[in-house]
Design a protein around this ligand. Sequence first.
Ligand SMILES: [Zn+2]
Ligand SMILES: [Zn+2]
Length: 132
Amino acid sequence: MKNIEEYLKENGVKPSYQRIKIFEYLIKNKNHPKVETIFQELVQEIPTLSKTTVYNTLKLFLEKGIVQPILIEENEVRYDADITTHAHFKCEKCGEVYDFRVNLSQLKIEGLEEFQVKESHIYFKGICKKCL
Ligand SMILES: [Zn+2]
Ligand SMILES: [Zn+2]
């Protein structure tokens, strides 16, 4: 808890109780949750929490670069507190989003030499090994 507080401060986020709990949820669960999921889980513990607070907090985390958005589906945004370079796989059957490592320096990319890349997202969709 102490560390999360420090981490938020270092990144310019005033560490309120609710913000700490939301960030803690992201770190502990690593399930790439949607706003709805975070809200449903945390409201049991924090009855005063509103969905708007969760939404605004995630927006702030995004601005500060301490979470990354996962936009595999156009109608759902998921959030990830792991901001290291990695790729995602979404299972069509169970809806689970998996992390996997990718070495961007070994990826052969052509045609972007004179562009400035600010973000990159690598997504795969299919059926996971549990569902196969
Ligand atoms: Zn699956
Ligand atoms: Zn991830």
